[in-house]
Design a protein around this ligand. Structure first.
Ligand SMILES: *Cc1c(COP(=O)(O)O)cnc(C)c1O
Length: 444
């Protein structure tokens, strides 16, 4: 069977997980470090569009895109073609030894589309965390300062520096320290849990006061923020929050860094979530996940004078911007440039948002519905309170998984269900998946 011919329909032929998955899971536990967890022990063999096929032949609806990675859709034809073509021409030469074209093409397109009309440069890496590390390196080199500020509920990765930047100790950090110094956590704008009526400007003042008093503006190299937080539970800061922080950072010579690893690449219906905030132009943007249809590649793009502050040889790595991954990125980026992809995020929002709002009106266990484009979430509470309800999320996601819908959880309190469907998902599949999830909520 050609992967590209997978019918876009949910089909269950065994219980989930099926017997072959269960058998493989035993082997996994035998052979793979238990530190590498498994959320859903269903082993996937192939995929296309928004359908995953497991080793037992079940067809599952994917509402997670491998955490916002295959945004363009599984086995997108142009990505598959680009990878096949590139892998037959050149798989590696190390860009910092003997360069090649796809790397430059990726940089050129990113420079064109990240927020701001100023002159830009890019550098390519392998993972989101590696790009975050490099953005911090670049900001420190440019400013000659050491401290950075990050936000409550943030997630930035699993390397030593990025662990220090995460909000949640468990499961990301516990026992893995000591952590990199120079990281300061400041309050986020969290409209659902902030005092009623708190504006974005007020929430920004709260964070700025913290940075001025606890750290000192003159000590800060960078402020790093997810314009919409991912693992934190799709927290969308109040309007004005990002711009107020960025204006203050600019005044104080601090590099404003947007971690768009989860929120970028058409996910919200624009190139970047930053584009939704009027007048917000981060100096550096961190890009990964959705950029290359599943091939590992990441980037830092930003102001030329900041990106060029590093001496030649200061940035790089063996695999960063690998030719095959770069060719896949060009295939994704060209489709965004060609048009029609952002409209898919809008189409998904138009189905997802009203249905989630209608469910919220019906089920008091749903405290908040939020997000942008094809990045939407439900925060669950104990009915009639603001108390986080992780148990409800556990039950609903279990119900979804058993019924062939792959949905992800999130949130500092583990009480968020997040929707990150591939933009290739059909209306029918999306509605069917929502029927399954609603049945799970109704059954609570
Ligand atoms: C996933 C993620 C990262 C880390 O990316 P990896 O590729 O897993 O290292 C960093 N920041 C954000 C916002 C993310 O969602």
């Amino acid at each position: 069977m050609n992967t590209l011919e997978i019918a876009q329909e949910r089909k269950l032929v065994t219980a989930i997980p099926g017997p072959k998955s269960q058998e493989l899971h035993k082997k996994k536990l035998q052979e793979v470090s238990h530190g590498v967890g498994t959320m859903i022990p269903v082993y996937i063999e192939r995929a296309h569009g928004a359908i995953l096929i497991d080793v037992d032949g079940n067809q599952l609806i994917d509402l997670g895109s491998g955490i916002g990675v295959v945004t363009i859709g599984h086995t997108n034809q142009q990505v598959v073609d680009a990878v096949i073509e590139q892998v037959q021409k050149l798989t590696h030469s190390l860009f910092t030894v003997t360069p090649y074209v796809p790397y430059i093409q990726v940089c050129e397109i990113l420079n064109r589309h990240t927020p701001g009309k100023f002159e830009k440069r890019s550098a390519l890496f392998n993972s989101g965390a590696e790009a975050v590390e490099n953005a911090v390196k670049i900001a420190r080199k440019h400013t000659g300062r050491g401290e950075i500020a990050v936000f409550d509920h943030a997630y930035h990765g699993r390397t030593n520096l990025t662990m220090a930047m995460n909000f949640k100790a468990h499961p990301y950090n516990t026992g893995f320290g000591p952590f990199a110094p120079g990281v300061n956590h400041v309050p986020m704008s969290y409209p659902f849990r902030d005092p009623e009526g708190m504006t974005g400007e007020e929430a920004a003042r709260r964070a700025i006061t913290y940075m001025e008093k606890r750290v000192g503006a003159e000590s800060l190299a960078a402020v790093v923020i997810e314009p919409i937080q991912g693992e934190g539970g799709f927290i969308v800061p109040a309007p004005g929050f990002l711009k107020t922080i960025a204006d203050w950072a600019k005044k104080n010579g601090i590099v404003m860094v947007a971690d768009e690893v989860q929120s970028g690449m058409a996910r919200t219906g624009k190139w970047f979530a930053s584009d939704w905030e009027e007048g917000f132009e981060p100096d550096l943007v961190i890009i990964a996940k959705g950029i290359a249809g599943g091939m590992p590649i990441s980037a830092v793009t930003g102001r030329a004078e900041i990106m060029d502050a590093s001496h030649p040889g200061g940035l790089g790595g063996t695999y960063g911007g690998n030719p095959v991954a770069a060719a896949a990125a060009v295939a994704v980026l060209s489709q965004l440039e060609a048009g029609g992809v952002f409209e898919q995020a809008e189409r998904i929002e138009k189905i997802l948002r009203p249905r989630l709002e209608a469910m919220k009106a019906k089920y008091p266990v749903m405290g908040d519905v939020r997000g942008r484009g094809a990045m939407q979430a439900i925060e669950f509470v104990e009915p009639g309170t603001m108390n986080p309800n992780a148990k409800a999320v556990e039950a609903v996601s279990k119900h979804a998984h058993q019924n062939g819908v792959v949905v992800l959880t999130a949130g500092t309190y583990g009480n968020v269900i997040r929707f990150l469907p591939p933009l290739a998902i059909t209306d029918e599949l999306l509605n069917e998946a929502l029927d399954v999830i609603e049945a799970g909520i109704a059954a609570l």
